[in-house]
Design a binder for this molecule. Structure first.
Ligand SMILES: Cc1ncc(COP(=O)(O)O)c(C=O)c1O
Length: 432
């Protein structure tokens, strides 16, 4: 049985099939991009990202959408989402540094993390560029963090606006490694055992922060809108008596990666969250932190095939010049992907192979059972769509493979936004 061509809905908005059958994005031919910038290569459709940012701002309102930069961050990305009016969620001192380096003012940043160090908190409380020092707010995740903020207050640092991260006890239907809303979680204060309420008391007693709201995030790549509705309801009920001005309901909206997946769009996610809160009469400003749904389907990764190995009656392996170092999601979460050949993107895919990388592990798999067009051979350009989130941001140098370059394409022009790592980069931290 043959598998149909990769559907256009999995490709960036600006994807088109040229008359010779090959793929272009934003009027840039992907074969030309591979020639110019090399492979593996992340190609992001800039207008696609802008359109998802606008969809989110339309659904929730200005100042209410915080881009979760862990999904994909570089200087150009931080500039782009800031330019679209989004705030940025940064979860480490490193992410904060990159966002500030891009010129995002401190008061447009939200500082996250389950184990923020004293130094990182100090960075957050003194971040510059806004109308006052410090980030827009810190999301407090633990009692130890309350102690650290109290210590910084005693030292005379600015007192931050804070939200308290609550674990609502809602099980999201997603992989266990990216589910965060259940009681057994390293994140936040449990609502069920009274820790969340105790955290409010501690913040008020210590004066370590100005409490402006609550936060929850039940998990990532969640498709079931009823999980979001349930969490919103639980949080709205908890938050109501405190009458605080803000409630953040996390990110987590899933995206389709494969032929058989369908995901809700940002607008319907917005309706579910806002309706759940409105039906309980909550008047707080509702904020969200989408990452994946803003950026995942805006990008593809382009690889060059290097070896094809047939083991009769067992399987065929097609090996490309990247792998688990540029996309660890299949290995981490058994995530599925599609693949296609760049030069005949609309071709049916009758062949099957395991699409693997170049790392020294049998587990270095991009697609366990990839449907591919007939006759994929050495030298072909093969691409995987929907790699814009948690690909480059999770990339490593395993086996000392240099991390790929990233290009943004828009209106027929490509610009390099992250250059490919060089061999020199691989030793730049080493001392003799
Ligand atoms: C606190 C928090 N907010 C937002 C997100 C973004 O989630 P997603 O990329 O699934 O939208 C995450 C990701 O895990 C998160 O931990």
């Amino acid at each position: 049985m043959t598998t149909p061509a990769v559907p256009m809905r999995l490709l960036p908005d600006g994807a088109a099939v040229e008359t010779d059958g090959s793929l272009s994005i934003a009027s840039c031919r992907v074969t030309d991009l591979a020639e110019e910038f090399g492979t593996p290569l992340f190609v992001y459709d800039e207008n696609h990202i802008r359109s998802r940012c606008r969809e989110a701002v339309n659904a929730f309102g200005p100042d209410q959408v915080i881009y979760a930069s862990k999904a994909f961050l570089c200087t150009a990305m931080a500039k782009l989402v800031y330019d679209e009016g989004l705030l940025l969620d940064v979860a480490t001192g490193g992410e904060l540094y990159v966002a500030r380096h891009a010129g995002v003012p401190g008061d447009c940043l939200v500082f996250h993390g389950n184990n923020k160090s004293l130094d990182e908190l100090e960075m957050a409380l003194t971040a510059e560029g806004g109308s006052r020092p410090g980030v827009r707010h810190v999301v407090i995740d633990s009692f130890d963090e309350i102690d650290r903020l109290t210590e910084l207050r005693k030292r005379g640092l600015p007192v931050p606006r804070v939200q308290i991260r609550v674990t609502p006890g809602v099980q999201a239907h997603t992989h266990e490694y990216i589910a965060t809303g259940q009681d057994d979680s390293k994140f936040g204060f449990n609502l069920g055992n009274g820790d969340a309420a105790r955290a409010v008391e501690r913040v008020n007693e210590t004066g370590c922060g100005e409490l402006v709201g609550f936060h929850c995030h039940i998990g990532s790549n969640v498709f079931a809108v009823d999980s979001f509705a349930k969490a919103a309801e639980v949080m709205a009920r908890f938050a109501q008596p405190y009458e605080l001005p803000e409630l953040t309901l996390g990110g987590g909206l899933g995206v389709a990666y494969t032929l058989d997946e369908e995901a809700p769009n940002i607008a319907s996610w917005g309706n579910v969250l806002l309706d759940a809160c409105a039906s309980l009469g909550l008047s707080s400003k509702i904020m969200v932190e989408p990452g994946r749904s803003i950026v995942a389907s805006s990008a593809i990764t382009v690889y060059r095939v290097g070896t094809v190995k047939d083991i009769p009656d067992i399987r065929r392996f097609v090996a490309v010049d990247g792998g688990m170092s540029d996309n660890p999601r299949p290995v981490l979460y058994s995530s599925g992907y599609e693949a296609f050949r760049v030069t005949d993107v609309a071709a049916e895919r009758p062949d099957h192979a395991r699409l693997v990388g170049k790392h020294c592990e049998s587990g270095d798999v991009l697609i366990f059972d990839a449907a591919l067009p007939a006759g994929v051979k050495v030298g072909d350009l093969v691409a995987t769509p929907v790699t814009g989130a948690y690909g480059h941001s999770m990339a490593s140098n395993y086996n000392k493979v240099p991390r790929p370059a990233v290009v943004f394409v828009a209106d027929g022009r490509a610009r390099l936004v992250v250059r490919r790592e060089t061999m020199d980069d691989l030793v730049r931290l080493d001392l003799p």
